[in-house]
Design a protein around this ligand. Structure first.
Ligand SMILES: Nc1ncnc2c1ncn2[C@@H]1O[C@H](COP(=O)(O)OP(=O)(O)O)[C@@H](O)[C@H]1O
Ligand SMILES: [Mg+2]
Length: 462
């Protein structure tokens, strides 16, 4: 038993503190509404005594919304130095930053232990080394990932849902298909939710030599801006070769997902529903952001065009896709590009994330990301026509290279994304409308980026 309290009382204090503490955490997805109550669903003792380590699944109540989240809770008489934001109460803390305690998770995966409702496992045929200490990864993210000795990365999914997490499901399917564009899954942790198994964690090989796509792309843009006399194809940091290889990698992942998992032909009803969903989002956002209202007629026409498939347009089918693809979700390793984080849009409900979708949505996500990478250095700067023109050139060049690469690797059912002109355009515009809502709420300085893109795309400038 802990030197401070008994675990039962600790859980009581924990759920009393969580309504104030959760909204301070980057990974908490419910920041839009106050937390009305937090209830314990499942408590697993990973270490008893001093130190005490509990794995806790709680239900977070926000009005009529109820969502389960997981936490590691630590209490010890000599706590290590941990971030002040990790303290939940005066003598207990969120323990994912406590390397003395988190070492246990890897060791349990190695030994395939079952502790209470938690099952730790490695993937069949995988041999892992235990005894490694972990550091949490510090980049902004929606889950919490721990890197063990620079060898493995364990992602603890914060918001839970019953069943196999889509990230794990798709990684396993891609691995079975022999896909080279993912980091190998080596282990997992499964818990229980509503009497059903639920993925708690996923462990992958950590690529210590990797650079993320956003960092590479923005470095290339910076090189270009440093010498405004030069064009993107003339500077040393040209990214087009990488963008093309990235397109090829994304196409291969899509093709492998289509062959490994289910696909569905797209019927007219589906196109109608897609067009309707886009129009609905537009109305919602335009009601809040006046600047968007000016583009309403053109946007409505672009979304309406999705319903009419001209005769002779290439067939499209729906399949499992990444769902939240952008330059920050891809890694360049010495061996090539890898795609990460197949969970889908963090804000979307789980049924929506699992829905089969057109792969063009992922393509559109990446095309938008090239625009963001090109524009981000200009945010908050005085207007400079030369730099603005260079940024547009950079984006155009790399977007085209990406599509070129994609077309080379695409399954026959998808082909060249540019041949699905109206649909790809609509997906891009829909994404930009989403960005308008996001920037309006979070980063008003950036609002100009999606708005300018909407103006360009609807006037045929893309
Ligand atoms: N296998 C890996 N090797 C190296 N870095 C990784 C690996 N997996 C994830 N990362 C890093 O961790 C970050 C967060 O991972 P991600 O799966 O996107 O988590 P989240 O769901 O929290 O967004 C990535 O942006 C990347 O920088
Ligand atoms: Mg991510």
């Amino acid at each position: 038993m802990s030197p401070f309290t008994d675990p039962g009382r600790l859980v009581g204090e924990l759920v009393a503190e969580l309504p104030q503490w959760l909204p301070t955490q980057r990974w908490f997805a419910g920041k839009d509404r106050p937390v009305t109550a937090v209830r314990p669903l499942e408590v697993t003792h990973l270490l008893d005594g001093d130190p005490l380590l509990l794995h806790v699944i709680v239900e977070v109540v926000q009005g009529d919304r109820r969502e389960p989240y997981q936490l590691l809770v630590g209490q010890r008489s000599h706590p290590p130095e941990i971030a002040s934001s990790s303290w939940i109460g005066t003598d207990f803390y969120e323990a994912s930053g406590d390397a003395d305690l988190t070492a246990l998770l890897l060791d349990k995966i190695v030994a395939e232990e079952v502790t209470g409702a938690l099952s730790f496992a490695h993937e069949p045929g995988v041999r892992l080394s235990g005894g490694l200490r972990a550091r949490p990864i510090t980049s902004e993210q929606s889950n919490t990932s721990l890197v063990y000795g620079g060898q493995y990365i364990l992602k603890l999914f914060r918001k839970l849902s019953p069943g196999t997490n889509k990230d794990l499901l798709l990684h396993r399917a891609l691995q079975a298909a022999g896909c080279e564009h993912i980091a190998r899954v080596v282990g997992s942790i499964t818990g229980e939710l509503a009497g059903e198994p639920a993925t708690i964690g996923m462990m992958q090989v950590f690529l210590s030599d990797a650079v993320d796509g956003w960092a590479m792309a923005t470095t290339s843009v910076r090189d270009l801006m440093a010498d405004p006399e030069m064009h993107p194809d003339e500077v040393g940091g040209d990214f087009a070769g990488e963008a093309e290889r990235l397109g090829l990698a994304v196409a291969k992942v899509h093709a492998d997902l289509a062959s490994a998992l289910s696909t569905e032909p797209v019927d007219e009803g589906e196109l109608d529903r897609t067009a309707q969903a886009m129009a609905d989002r537009l109305e919602q956002v335009a009601a809040v952001v006046p600047e968007l209202a000016a583009h309403r007629p053109e946007l409505r026409a672009a979304f309406e065009a999705v319903r009419e498939r001209p005769a002779g347009s290439p067939p499209i089918s729906m399949q499992y896709v990444h769902g939240d693809l952008h330059l920050g979700q891809v890694l360049r390793t010495v061996g090539g590009w890898l795609l990460l984080d197949f969970e889908g849009e963090p804000a979307a409900p789980v049924e929506e994330r699992h829905a089969l979708r057109s792969p063009l949505r992922d393509v559109a996500g990446m095309l938008r990301s090239f625009d963001y990478a090109a524009q981000q250095l200009l945010i908050g700067q005085p207007e400079d026509p030369v730099l603005t023109a260079r940024a547009l050139e950079w984006a155009r060049r790399n977007r085209a290279a990406f599509c070129e690469g994609y077309a080379r690797g695409a399954a026959a059912s998808i082909g060249d994304p540019r041949e699905h002109g109206a649909l790809l355009r609509a997906f891009e515009l829909d994404k930009a409308v989403y960005e308008v809502a996001y920037e309006h709420a979070n980063r008003p300085d950036w609002l100009a980026v999606p708005l300018a893109a909407i103006a360009r795309i609807t006037h045929g400038g893309e």
